[in-house]
Ligand binder design. Structure first.
Ligand code: AMP
Ligand code: MG
Length: 354
């Protein structure tokens, strides 16, 4: 039975709630040498937790990370002035654009993961995302766009395989290609942030961006513990303990959505139909690399309860949990072995195909 929708919270409140849920077990207990800090980037609160780092060093690292994240956010935002917006303008006007090496690497990795996902994670559907209005920081209010405008964009089939990256240039043979890295840039940024922490000698840490995170090392003599949000009611569905260096990413229909005439329209678009993917309410992935986890969570959300194992295999993902529209939990045995459910799930669909 469909569950009631979560109320629309103010974005900041929503992010705070998510952050709290997902760090429930990483919180400082009295006497723990835990340092925590937060800053705002990528439209969300970035929550840092370091273990066993003295305060001056932790503060220095935190300020350095904040600077890096702010820079990456403005460089990689498709819809605010910056390098990616310029690249999109170049693609729109001339079918090509100059990119610096960091942007070229980012785009190449997004394209690679898109191909592995059979285009279900599609970083070049920027025009569709904008048509739906999910490119703004504030979620749109509806109504949904006209069907023929959606169809027009879908029929142009923008694909990452239309793009060639070489010699500081990107070229597109399809005029409909526009990058929107909303499903990927946060993960990629967290990987860069973790590299930076490791270079600074910080080896026990979590970088958590609104519930999506990468954890390295341990919380002292015990592992970190991460809560995965229940997609349909406040609180935690299950918890996991990341093993050494792992990322946990969830794509959910509750993150950005509006309701119109009794239907929910959310921000994860099926590139094949041009409409929000309808069969999944949340998809959670564990993977060492945050960028892969981010792209895969989006791709598997779109793939849905039947197709996800094949796409997960192609993307090299070993741990997946999907919650479908009926509240059933789909997972593979390796994922089940890592999850501790808050309460016994009513229906589990196990996939031996992964
Ligand atoms: P995520 O929460 O990581 O699943 O990312 C969702 C965001 O990625 C949306 O707000 C859009 O900006 C963008 N997006 C939506 N659908 C797709 C898709 N199928 N592939 C890639 N990016 C998408
Ligand atoms: Mg994603």
């Amino acid at each position: 039975m469909p569950q009631p929708a979560l109320p629309q919270l103010h974005p900041l409140l929503r992010t705070l709630t998510l952050g709290l849920v997902c760090l429930l077990a990483a919180c400082n207990r009295a006497g723990d040498p835990v340092y925590r800090d937060q800053f705002f980037a990528f439209g969300t609160l970035i929550d840092l937790t370091f273990h066993g780092v003295d305060t001056p060093r932790a503060e220095q690292a935190s300020r350095a990370l904040e600077q890096t994240f702010r820079q990456m956010h403005s460089d990689w935002h498709a819809w605010q002035p910056g390098a990616l917006q310029q690249a999109n303008a170049g693609l729109a006007e001339h079918g090509q654009a100059s990119v610096d090496p960091a942007m070229a690497a980012l785009i190449q990795e997004a394209n690679r993961l898109s191909t592995l996902s059979n285009g279900l994670f599609n970083p070049v559907i920027g025009r569709l995302v904008a048509l739906w209005g999910f490119h703004n920081d504030e979620p749109p209010q509806g109504p949904p766009p006209a069907a023929d405008r959606i169809r027009q964009l879908v029929e142009q089939v923008p694909a990452s395989t239309d793009v060639r990256v070489d010699d500081g240039q990107i070229h597109s043979r399809n005029p409909a290609v526009r990058y929107d890295l909303g499903a990927f840039a946060k993960g990629y940024a967290i990987d860069r942030g973790i590299e930076q922490l490791k270079e600074l000698g910080i080896l026990h840490a979590i970088i958590n961006a609104g519930g999506d995170l990468r954890a390295i090392g341990r919380h002292g003599n015990r592992p970190w513990r991460i809560g995965i949000r229940d997609p349909r009611k406040p609180g935690v569905l299950a918890s996991i303990e990341p093993a050494g260096d792992e990322s946990v990413f969830t794509s959910g229909d509750y993150e950005r959505f509006y309701e119109h005439e009794g239907r929910r329209y959310h921000h994860i678009i099926d590139p094949r139909s041009g409409y929000p993917a309808g069969a999944t309410v949340s998809a959670t992935v564990i993977h060492p690399v945050a960028a892969t986890a981010d792209a895969a969570a989006t791709a598997l959300f779109v793939a849905g309860p039947d197709a996800w194992p094949a796409i997960a295999r192609q993307m090299g993902v070993k741990y997946v949990m999907l919650v479908d529209r009926e509240g059933r939990i789909h997972l593979n045995p390796a994922m089940q072995a890592r999850l501790k459910f808050e309460s016994e799930p009513e229906a589990i669909v196990m996939s031996e195909a992964l």
